[in-house]
Design a protein around this ligand. Structure first.
Ligand code: GDP
Ligand code: MN
Length: 385
């Protein structure tokens, strides 16, 4: 789960890393009061207004603006709030005090899947797009694996300090940032924490001027963070949510044939069968072992509302689940939803399949298939009809 900058920064601050003084925009807020507060100890007036989006490259797209005069503030807010950056609507604004920047450093910890370890990455080219640095001047990035999950050894800190040429008076606070970043990475089950830029100010302070945080999707930490900050991820597809509530394993794809299958292995094989018959699946859907009417109904309902779906292929293997029960579930679901207009192909095999076929044969809606490949072919034909 990805989090916007303002949340990532709060998590850094909780860990003890210095962040700029800031305010999150709300419609009711007093902009003048905010301006006075954030500019009160600046030598030069001004604040930074930052679009809150999950994508990178916001600065280049015009989503980070320096406002020097309070009279320009309202207009800048309106402009940025109306922006769409890389197809993402701006979800909010973060106001920050202006920093007097001497140097910008890049630092991150990411899970390296090849090495199966978190690695810490450091570069003196902070503020820039790190992918560009990595491809043009890879020698300007230091990568060091973390041998212990949440702990940086002193020798590692010394190497990082030397590589980034951290001045003597900042060494302790820089080492502190590195240590705390590793602790945060570990504590929140992250796949990435990034500070770009980590700023050294003219006054010799080390401040996280930008932050990114991604938690592992298999960890519960993402949900905990979301709850703590009352945050609703804009990424969350409403259909994914519905599917999760109905306890379905559902992944949206971009093909034309909706799939409803029991068992993940069979669901994958079904997708292959469709591809071999000349069309792509619109989803991966494993309804699980039970296949009760509620689940069958919820699954068909989600499929029927998926844009681009032209036909449905239901492929059930009755091992523990009885095929006649699934068939009854399908009939009941159809009664509840007379509006379903998509052609439906059903292949049922295994326990009580004869009874199941008898049940479904009474209803003209269902096209019965003799085998999985026959079903895939029929579903593809109907999707093109
Ligand atoms: P990004 O473009 O989305 O990565 O946004 P950043 O927060 O990293 O800001 C982009 C750049 O703005 C930084 O790399 C700095 O060079 C520049 N900048 C100049 N003054 C400031 C300041 O006071 N605060 C911040 N955050 N950035 C500043
Ligand atoms: Mn940045």
């Amino acid at each position: 789960m990805r989090f916007p900058e303002y949340i990532a920064k709060q998590l850094l601050a909780q860990q003890g890393i210095t962040i700029p003084r800031s305010r999150v925009y709300s419609q009711e807020m007093d902009l003048h009061e905010m301006w006075s507060d954030l500019t009160k100890d600046g030598t030069q007036p001004g604040i930074i207004v930052k679009a809150q989006v999950l994508t990178g490259g916001r600065g280049k797209a015009g989503g980070v603006k320096l406002v020097r005069n309070e009279s320009d503030l309202k207009a800048t807010c309106d402009t940025i709030l109306a922006m769409t950056i890389k197809k993402e609507k701006v979800m909010g604004l973060l106001f920050e005090e202006l920093l007097q920047i001497d140097r910008e450093i890049y630092i991150s910890i990411a899970l390296d899947r090849k090495q199966r370890k978190p690695i810490i990455m450091l570069s003196c080219d902070g503020g820039m797009d790190i992918e560009t640095v990595a491809s043009n001047t890879p020698e300007r990035i230091m990568k060091m694996p973390l041998t212990e999950a949440s702990c940086l050894r002193n020798w590692q800190l010394r190497e990082l300090i030397a590589f980034a040429q951290i001045p003597q008076e900042c060494k302790d606070s820089f080492a502190n940032v590195c240590r705390k970043l590793a602790l945060l990475f570990h504590a929140k089950n992250c796949s990435l924490v990034e500070i770009n830029p980590l700023v050294i100010t003219i006054q010799g302070q080390i401040i996280a001027a930008d932050a990114k945080l991604v938690t592992d999707d298999n960890a519960t930490s993402g949900k905990d963070i979301a709850a703590e900050f009352a945050y609703m991820s804009p990424e969350e597809d409403p259909m994914d949510k519905e599917a999760a509530q109905a306890k379905l394993n559902f992944v949206r794809l971009d093909g034309t044939i909706g799939c409803m299958v029991n068992g993940a292995g069979l669901a994958m094989a079904t997708m292959d069968a469709l591809l071999m018959s000349g069309a792509s699946p619109a989803n991966f859907l494993d309804i699980g072992g039970g296949a009760k009417v509620e689940q069958v109904s919820a699954a068909l309902d989600i499929i029927s509302r998926t844009p681009g779906v032209k036909s449905v292929f239901i492929n059930i293997f009755g091992g523990i689940v009885r095929c006649d029960m699934v068939a009854q579930g399908l009939l009941d679901a159809l009664k509840l939803h007379p509006e379903w207009s998509l052609p439906i192909v059903v292949r049922l095999a295994g326990t009580n399949e004869t009874e199941a076929r008898k049940l479904l044969a009474q209803h003209p809606k269902f096209n019965l298939a003799a085998s999985m490949s026959d079903g895939a072919k029929k579903a593809v034909e109907l999707s093109k009809a």
